[in-house]
Design a protein around this ligand. Structure first.
Ligand SMILES: Cc1cc2nc3c(=O)[nH]c(=O)nc-3n(C[C@H](O)[C@H](O)[C@H](O)COP(=O)(O)OP(=O)(O)OC[C@H]3O[C@@H](n4cnc5c(N)ncnc54)[C@H](O)[C@@H]3O)c2cc1C
Length: 294
């Protein structure tokens, strides 16, 4: 068996690579994590579903890494901080051109009262940084600002080629690099026949004027919760817009709100003549002219 520098090399220190690194290091494995960027860094994937929360609880229990459960509803305020939003529902408002918003085209799929009553809007720059720090605290070595450029697979080990520094050997490699996966590219594992008709633009905003209108919708439509206390989806012809506030509870210390627009390019073709910001506001004002509730 070849002597290697590490047992496991992980590419990417997002929430998945870092959680895995924490578990493996906790159980005595020699772990190195490569990260192309540096923390804290912008990431999306903010609206938790019940299953994710439950999975984190289960992993925390099975692998004796309590920090994995810090993002669960019952723990986040005490352990993960006040920058995350709460999510009491998945809310949907359907808009039709030239028509007032129809209450019958509104849905609020609520998080059950038991056991915890709400899920979370994860502020990923904090959760991912925390998870990477947890991996470090259990003994993982993290190399930030160090992109992996290539991986060579040998019979009983792998060699990692980072953009800077010497090549590193490990018994195993895990690619948690997300959509830029080095291994998927190297082995041609991306199936472009599965591409969808969608394009997206997203950012974090401040002063999103959601709350007053959200409360009004709740009382007008007799909904269980204000729309601002959950993940709100505005649906319209050829697209939808997500609104994921982090500032939607009394203890929040984060003024940001995640806003993202997903479009069908057959109906809303790309506009290379505009910046994403210009295109966003142009579409926003076109849609809001026709819809009374945006
Ligand atoms: C538009 C959109 C909306 C979404 N909304 C939700 C949602 O509401 N809820 C939800 O649960 N999920 C959502 N997701 C999915 C979610 O974003 C991902 O599942 C999640 O972020 C994956 O986390 P990860 O740690 O695997 O990858 P990432 O968070 O992408 O982390 C990968 C890391 O690897 C690093 N990396 C990449 N290549 C290299 C390299 N060569 N060398 C070193 N480092 C490298 C990157 O810098 C990055 O830090 C959404 C996804 C999209 C695209």
């Amino acid at each position: 068996m070849t002597q290697t520098d590490f047992d496991i090399a992980i590419i990417g220190s997002g929430i998945s690579g870092s959680a895995l690194g924490a578990i493996l290091a906790r159980h005595g494995q020699r772990v190195v994590i490569f990260e192309a960027r540096s923390h804290p860094r912008f990431a999306i994937g903010e609206s938790l579903i019940l299953e994710t929360s439950e999975m984190m609880r289960a992993l925390a229990h099975f692998y004796d890494v309590p920090e994995l459960a810090y993002f669960s509803t019952e723990n986040f305020m005490a352990y993960a901080g006040t920058t995350h939003g709460i999510k009491r529902h998945f809310g949907f408002l359907h808009h039709e051109k030239g028509q007032p918003q129809n209450p019958a085209h509104t849905l609020q799929a609520i998080i059950p009262k038991e056991p915890h009553g709400h899920e979370l809007h994860l502020y990923r720059q904090d959760t991912d940084y925390f998870m990477m720090s947890t991996a470090v605290s259990y003994g993982a070595e993290v190399r930030q600002n160090t992109a992996v450029q290539d991986v060579q697979i040998h019979e009983d080990h792998v060699t990692i080629f980072p953009a800077k520094g010497e090549p590193v050997t490990a018994k195993y490699v895990v690619d948690a690099g997300g959509f830029r996966s080095v291994l998927a590219q190297k082995f041609g594992e991306r199936d472009f026949n599965l591409q969808t008709h969608s394009r997206g633009m997203f950012t974090h905003m401040i002063n999103v004027p959601g709350h007053a209108r959200a409360n009004q919708i709740q009382s007008d439509y007799d909904l269980p919760f204000p729309m601002a206390e959950g993940t709100l989806h505005h649906i319209f012809e050829g697209g939808w817009l997500w609104v994921i506030p982090f500032d939607n509870h009394a203890e929040s210390t984060n003024p940001l709100c995640s806003v993202g627009l997903l479009l069908d390019p057959r109906i809303h073709p790309p506009r290379p003549d505009l910046s994403p910001e210009e295109e966003f506001f142009q579409l926003y004002s076109a849609v809001s002219q026709h819809c009374q509730t945006v």
